[in-house]
Design a protein around this ligand. Structure first.
Ligand SMILES: Cc1cc2nc3c(=O)[nH]c(=O)nc-3n(C[C@H](O)[C@H](O)[C@H](O)COP(=O)(O)OP(=O)(O)OC[C@H]3O[C@@H](n4cnc5c(N)ncnc54)[C@H](O)[C@@H]3O)c2cc1C
Length: 445
């Protein structure tokens, strides 16, 4: 009898604990849903909710709310947890490495490009990576697919394909000119060497491509990559410096010299061959061209002394990692204003613009920047230009034509530039807008 009463008591206590655990869980869920809903509201207000290119789509019917995707994504607040499921918060911060896609235990995540509201320009390529312009091929993220590993794979495959139609009888300076030395271009360069092609690689900036400019050191690699002339590399968690050092050492061992600081501005056909023209007016005559130029385009440079210092950037990512700095933001468009505003708290920001007033700003940015200047969160120098950049200072030419030197730790230049779509169109390559097309998805059984 006594033991039955004891059993009832134990059951009762267990049930009570279970009930309290459920109440606690539901309250926690509501609280975190509230926080995420608020973040979504702010993301919408700041224009970060709508993706700019690749982004995750969470199928609410398959998501079990494990949170694995949120843990896997190293970018801040791309995904969050609301009402027991994963949800997108700042979709525009997605960089397309697909860590969430691989982490999801129920295959509830796909990667899409563009949305119904905002299309993304993608070039036409056939299954052999050739564009509508005969002899011009495309590999890597410019084709729509993110990820270092994919870019490496595509660079290799594109070279294998284009090599098949090389004409040994044609007397061109090169068999192949590779444009861009990110993961796709490096891989293509190595594969071209492996196949003994006469090839050269031109890079507007430095070896490493987008990887070089990550604001974080950590690299996410969800599966091994196969680097031509080197073999399989299992670097699931590595740093960008280690990866770039590895690429440099493979290139060095194979005696390959990539031409850095060489921007291509045009490709045209002459006498049946392709001519690749650079900013410094050099021309490379070739049978084939591989465009491995990524999706970030070519920023316009000011061509002033010191612009090659590592503290000079042409885009801003993760402003929360910049604090206590003397920052100079150059430009008067929305990108410059948004960068200056996002850096204003916690840094000493000077905004430099060559015109007397800002023009054609989004109304919200216009109001915010005026208020930030009025309240001295941002110091603005109008009618002024940047003359030179030094390690710890910058020299400005002011409205009165006098020079002024100010302390400086970091410079962001937003002077416009050319987007890849413009460059591709100039080369005659057909572009189509993609409105939410699946780029990476689990085949439905
Ligand atoms: C912040 C951030 C973090 C990321 N993190 C990861 C990650 O952890 N793991 C992962 O797998 N992927 C990550 N990605 C995605 C990955 O970096 C890209 O998918 C990959 O770099 C694409 O390689 P690519 O060679 O196609 O292009 P890119 O790396 O963009 O390289 C293109 C190169 O072409 C050059 N170029 C462009 N135009 C010209 C021109 N006209 N003339 C000469 N050169 C030109 C550019 O300077 C650049 O060096 C991240 C992306 C970003 C933005």
């Amino acid at each position: 009898m006594e033991s039955t009463q004891e059993q009832i008591l134990i059951y009762g206590i267990t049930l009570l604990f279970l009930f309290l655990a459920v109440v606690f869980y539901v309250r926690k869920l509501r609280k975190s849903s509230g926080v995420v809903d608020e973040k979504i509201r702010i993301a919408k207000e700041e224009g970060l909710f709508e993706p700019v290119s690749l982004h995750p789509y969470v199928d609410p019917n398959s998501c079990i709310g494990s949170g694995a995707c949120i843990i896997a994504c190293p970018e801040k607040d791309v995904l969050g947890y609301s009402n027991g499921r994963a949800t997108v918060i700042n979709a525009s911060r997605c960089v397309g490495h697909g860590a969430c896609f691989h982490a999801c235990p129920t295959q509830a995540i796909s990667l899409l490009i563009g949305t119904e509201q905002r299309g993304v320009d993608l070039p036409h390529v056939n299954p052999f990576f050739e564009t509508n312009v005969k002899g011009i091929y495309i590999a890597g993220e410019i084709g729509g697919m993110g990820l270092i590993k994919n870019a490496i794979e595509q660079g290799r495959q594109a070279v294998d394909n284009l090599a098949k139609s090389l004409e040994p009888s044609i007397d061109a300076e090169y068999d192949l000119v590779v444009i861009g030395a990110g993961p796709a271009g490096i891989s293509a360069t190595l594969q071209a060497k492996k196949r003994n092609l006469r090839s050269i690689t031109l890079e507007q900036d430095s070896i490493g491509g987008t990887v070089y400019s990550y604001p974080r050191n950590k690299i996410v690699m969800t599966s091994p990559m196969d680097i031509p002339l080197h073999g399989k590399v299992k670097l699931y968690e590595t740093g960008k410096k280690e990866l770039i050092d590895l690429w440099n050492s493979i290139l060095g061992k194979n005696g390959i010299n990539i031409l850095e600081n060489t921007r291509v501005n045009n490709i045209f056909r002459e006498n049946g061959l392709l001519i690749v023209k650079t900013d410094d007016n050099r021309q490379f005559v070739t049978q084939k061209v591989l465009l491995a130029i990524g999706r970030r385009g070519s920023p316009r440079k000011l061509n002033i002394p010191g612009e090659d210092l590592p503290k000079v950037f042409y885009w801003l990512m993760e402003p929360e990692n910049v604090s206590g700095m003397d920052v100079l933001v150059v430009g008067g468009g929305d990108s410059a204003i948004e960068a200056a505003l996002s850096l204003a708290d916690g840094n000493r920001v000077t905004l430099l613009y060559r015109q007397e007033t800002f023009s054609r700003l989004k109304p919200a940015n216009d109001a915010l920047v005026k208020e930030a200047i009025r309240s001295k969160r941002i110091h603005a120098e109008m009618n002024s230009n940047l003359v030179s950049i030094e390690d710890k200072r910058v020299v400005l030419r002011m409205a009165d034509n006098l020079e002024k030197t100010i302390d400086n730790d970091v410079v962001y230049i937003f002077a416009g530039g050319e987007l890849p779509a413009g460059f591709l169109s100039n080369c005659g390559i057909t572009i189509t807008k993609k409105f939410g097309e699946r780029i990476l998805s689990h085949a439905k059984k």
